[in-house]
Design a protein around this ligand. Structure first.
Ligand SMILES: [Zn+2]
Ligand SMILES: [Zn+2]
Length: 420
């Protein structure tokens, strides 16, 4: 029986893996530019971490986690997101006592048992940043500017940035009451999910995907109108910083985060035209999270981007990765293969991308193969070359051939590659 990859997972094959390298390079470089360094956490954690850090009332924790009992009867879960692990690591290593803010990025696979569709997988990849230890609205702005900078570098100009403030524990509490009283008279028009959760979590009705729920609560009081002075000021500072730095955004009253540890700034990025799931990422401030994970009261802010969705939005890769090698060593007669291998090794040790055939192709087939690999130069090695101690170098574009001595070959190839 043939065994296939599990549903919702997939192989990243060459040349697609080059797209990933390209994306990862931009993500890492941009994060470094802003002073964020990489953290790598385990792929699985104690289930309890996500119950606390992601929230027991969320779909992620209720329906989507890959949870298993290991051989020592511990409940472990494949990480469904990256932030809880970062908060755990911050607490576990007491880094809140050190130099603040702690600025991290992470990149890697996440796991959710979700219905697979375009841009949605059960093993998917996220890039995220977290900044712990600052409550300044300017670090909120920094994180958002970083996100926008990534999109700009990827050439994704048509993104939409949605922005809102979800207030603090004080003003949001008042708001929740207001919202519950507004929803209660129309609760029968809500979808079953919303009906069962609006008492406990009324904000989730605002971001319900169900159109009927939005109609039922039309004209609802906005959280913006309920913000306390401090939260209002924080939000105004974030917006001004974004304005000052040329970042355009849209205030969005529907953008809320239902969980208690989310505070103040919330944002989401959409790229229209990549399918039903147009959100490529989002984030916000989560001043209550570190405490929820057993640490002290340390503020934090961050975002996560779905890498599969970013790749869906990118279509400018075509010319990027066709060239798999620069130089091809064509051995015209089998008995000289050992000499060919030595030349190949010399080229590679000199930092030149080089390759050869290993399947006994005819000279003609080797030239075709060299062309397929995108080689700019081919070194020909036949009887004449070996007997008279030289190499023939063929320029694949101009079809010109020149004789080069063994001693000069590396320098010659380097020069040729520079001008080609
Ligand atoms: Zn407030
Ligand atoms: Zn609903």
């Amino acid at each position: 029986m043939q065994v296939k990859a599990p549903r919702g997972t997939y192989d990243i094959l060459p040349p697609d893996s080059s797209k990933w390298h390209y994306l990862e390079k931009i993500l890492r470089e941009t994060a470094a530019l802003f002073g964020y360094r990489e953290i790598r956490t385990p792929v699985f954690e104690h289930t309890e971490l996500f119950e606390r850090g992601v929230g027991e009332s969320t779909d992620i924790v209720n329906k989507e986690m890959y949870t298993f009992i290991d051989k020592s009867e511990r409940s472990l879960t494949l990480r469904p997101e990256g932030t809880a692990s970062c908060a755990r690591a911050l607490v576990e290593h007491s880094l809140y006592n050190g130099l603040l803010p702690v600025k991290w990025y992470y990149i890697g696979p996440m796991f959710r048992y979700d219905r697979p569709e375009t841009g949605r997988f059960r093993q998917f990849h996220q890039f995220g940043v977290e900044a712990f230890g600052s409550n300044s609205p300017y670090i909120d702005a920094e994180v958002i500017i970083l996100l926008v900078e990534i999109l700009n570098k990827l050439g994704l100009k048509n993104y939409e940035l949605h922005l809102n403030s979800v207030g603090c524990s004080v003003c949001r509490k008042e708001y929740r009451e207001k919202l519950i009283s507004y929803i209660t008279p129309v609760k029968d028009r809500l979808c079953p999910d919303c009906r069962s959760r609006y008492q406990k979590n009324p904000l989730r009705v605002l971001d319900c995907k169900n159109e009927a729920c939005h109609q039922a609560i039309a004209g609802y009081p906005t959280i913006y109108d309920s913000l306390c002075d401090e939260c209002r000021e924080h939000y105004a500072s974030v917006r001004k910083a974004l304005d000052d730095n040329g970042v355009s955004y849209k205030h969005d009253d529907n953008l809320v985060r239902g969980l208690d540890y989310y505070t103040n700034t919330a944002f989401e990025v959409h790229i229209p035209g990549i399918g039903a799931q147009s959100a490529v990422g989002g984030g916000g401030r989560y001043n209550g999270l570190v405490k929820e994970c057993g640490g002290p009261d340390v503020p934090g802010i961050g975002f996560a981007l779905g890498m599969e969705r970013l790749l869906l939005a990118l279509d400018n890769f075509d010319d990027l990765n066709k060239r798999m090698t620069d130089v091809f060593v064509a051995v015209m007669e089998g008995q000289y293969e050992d000499i060919g291998v030595k030349i190949l090794t010399d080229l590679r040790r000199a930092g030149i991308r080089a390759d050869k055939d290993y399947t006994g192709k005819s000279p003609k087939a080797q030239m075709k193969y060299a062309d397929k690999l995108g080689a700019k130069l081919v070194i020909l090695l036949g009887e004449d070359e070996v007997k008279n101690r030289f190499l023939t170098v063929r320029n694949m574009k101009t079809k010109e051939q020149v004789k080069v001595g063994h001693d000069e070959i590396i320098d010659f190839i380097k020069r040729e590659l520079e001008v080609s």
